[in-house]
Design a protein around this ligand. Sequence first.
Ligand code: SF4
Length: 321
Amino acid sequence: MSSVPLLHLENLKKYFRVKESWGRTRYIHAVESAPLDIEGGETLGLVGESGCGKTTLGRTILRLYEPTAGRIFFKGEDITKVDMLPYRRKMQIIFQDPSSSLNPRMTVGEIVGEPLDIHRLAASRSERKERINALLERVGLNSEHANRYPHEFSGGQQQRIGIARALAVEPKFIVCDEPVSALDVSIQSQIVNMLEDMQAELGLTYLFIAHDISVVRHISRRIGVMYLGFLVELAESYELYKNPLHPYTKSLLQAVPIPDPDLTRSRKRTILEGEIPSPMESPPGCRFNTLCPMARKECTEAVPELREVSPGHWAACHLFG
Ligand code: SF4
């Protein structure tokens, strides 16, 4: 196995400039990422509440947003400033809301065929048609759907079309940006199972973003937890459930019902009081200090670094440093 990870992020940061009505310019520090590796063939789950920066991180990795600082390496190559067209074939995204991510004026065949055209992956019209049909069948649709329009499909079917479009270029890495959160619960497991089957068959690597930690638990080998732009904890999926370290992770897990009574008993309750601050008005020091029941003086003075507390288990908290 290669020692070079498929993706390596070196202190990736993304800030958005916001102009206020009275002329003042401020910055939203959306991502203040620590170094992060994603191994080929793994699924890294990324969780956190809305606005924590997980979608921005996914889009910045793909350079849909240009990074403010830091570097992105794909298979050891620095892709932070290169022309991304050749890498678009290798790195794809599945969006959260399938209805708004599909052009309503294009047929399903045109939507799935567009990446084949951009990257010139079909030598003839008949090959293009064959590939579109094969992609539709791969995601549980069929060739008759190719001539229809997105609005004629259910939300689950629209997401299957989005997945077929992502698969068209035979990518290695896919950012799954909350791919099931807009779908009915009954459909969610079908889509997650399909993504798992595709991963086993095609050797795909996923960054699987979700706000619900229970969605990523089973699909992910490791899970990262984000809070206000920072990665605050990273561990193997079971380890994170069994032994969460960061007070924020503990509070997230308390919202999840678990069928294991031993785990339930071993968890102490952490009650959070107050609201998550705006990313524009983040507190100094640890960004969680305004809500953290364990906060102490140094938490308002210094940002805790992400440290390896036990093999493979990382946390950014002064309690572990
Ligand atoms: Fe809480 Fe301090 Fe740890 Fe932040 S660094 S999570 S405020 S104990």
